[in-house]
Design a protein around this ligand. Structure first.
Ligand code: NDP
Length: 348
């Protein structure tokens, strides 16, 4: 059978913005009868995520990511439906997910690397398995639980950057559910700010592209910031840390403002920010969702139950068609998404 595949055509360079021309669509032959232990799949959704920017570099800069090869099919999180199976425990019609899903309309994968969506109702909304009830949801939940030090009824004020994105829009809502008394988002447009406050229950939202970020933050958190969930890094994060209280905590989740630059991860902080952290005894621990595999199953259950009960509201931005995966990735890196950026490859 003929499938369409998206390959990495060129690298943007360690110091450059990713462009649509870095990706190319080509035809690929996919067998209809899977080999022993494998299944043939039709892709439903593909996920585009910031970490993929590192995989576009020759040296991804971390030991837990490998570089995509030029001329090879790109891959990442995906969900799809089993068409035919010679893999244990999987039958045609099962909806499954994997972190290593090739950017293809159809694929043959080992059954051992696939998970059936759980709870079963997720098969009706498979996009959730790549967002709120998937890796971004776990990042928000476990990032807060491991590094947030939320004290229920402790009166803490939390700021999250990248607040309208896949992880960020969940961080604010979960922080509230876990006991923060004030939740403030920092994001890149007035429309995003409105979504956070009018639809997702954030107390305030700050547009970092508008004037006077420090002044906006001060009015949103007049008593200072206790917890900062940092998705962005750079001068934006320096401005938030400047307004943190003694004994506060920073969850170092991501530094997307630095991903198009040739700098190590995490990028070094300016001396002034280091001094603020030290003098005010503020913790700043690096968080990596992959480091907590034993907490994933319980975390996904919690997220699924919050989504089902309506306590956790989910935002998604969906582009159509395998030929648009590169465009969706580039758009997400530039802030084109509200909530999780996905690509619908083929309806269920
Ligand atoms: P998002 O859905 O948040 O998409 C990325 C967003 O980043 C864009 O929408 C854009 O929103 C914002 N952005 C891009 N460039 C800049 C910039 N220069 N300054 C400020 N904001 C910028 O992605 P995710 O939720 O998937 O990821 C968010 C962060 O979390 C990333 O840093 C990612 O690497 C990290 N992450 C970490 C994990 C971990 O285990 N540590 C796991 C998953 C994600 P805007 O319009 O606001 O600019």
């Amino acid at each position: 059978m003929k499938a369409k595949a998206v390959i990495l055509a060129s690298r943007p360079g360690a110091d450059g913005e990713p462009r649509m021309e870095n990706f190319k669509v080509q035809e690929q032959e996919v067998v209809e009868e899977p080999p022993e232990g494998h299944v043939v799949l039709k892709t439903i959704y593909l996920s585009v995520d910031p970490y993929m920017r590192c995989r576009m570099n020759e040296d991804p800069g971390t030991d837990y990511l490998s570089a995509w090869t030029v001329g090879g099919v790109a891959e990442g999180g995906g969900v799809g439906v089993v068409l035919s199976s010679r893999g244990e425990g999987l039958s045609p019609g099962d909806v499954v997910t994997s972190f290593s899903w090739p950017w293809q309309t159809h694929a043959v994968l080992p059954a051992s690397g696939l998970q059936k969506l759980a709870p079963a109702w997720l098969a009706e909304r498979p996009s959730l398995a790549l967002g709120a009830v998937g890796m971004p949801g776990l990042t928000a939940l476990l990032g807060l639980r491991t590094g947030g030090h939320i004290e229920p009824r402790g009166g803490q004020a939390l700021v999250v950057s990248g607040a309208a994105g896949a992880c960020g829009h969940l961080v604010g809502q979960i922080a509230r559910l876990e006991g923060c008394s004030k939740v403030v988002g920092v994001c890149g447009s007035a429309t995003k700010c409105r979504v956070l406050t009018a639809e997702l229950g954030f107390d305030a939202a700050v547009d970092y592209r508008a004037e006077d970020l420090a002044g906006q933050l001060r009015s949103a958190c007049p008593k200072g910031v206790d917890l900062y969930f940092d998705n962005v890094g750079g001068p934006l994060s320096d401005a938030v840390i400047e307004q943190m209280n003694v004994g506060g905590h920073v969850v170092l989740c991501g530094q997307i403002s630095q991903y198009n630059k040739d700098v190590p991860y995490p990028p070094p902080l300016p001396l002034h920010t280091q001094t603020v952290l030290q003098e005010r005894n503020i913790s700043r621990d690096r968080f990596l969702v992959l480091n907590y595999p034993d907490k994933h199953a319980e975390g996904l259950q919690q997220l699924a139950s919050w989504v089902q009960s309506g306590q956790l509201k989910v935002k998604e931005t969906i582009m159509d068609g395998i030929e648009n995966v590169g465009a969706a990735f580039v758009s997400m890196m530039q802030g084109g998404n509200i909530g999780k950026q996905l690509v619908l490859v083929s309806p269920l």
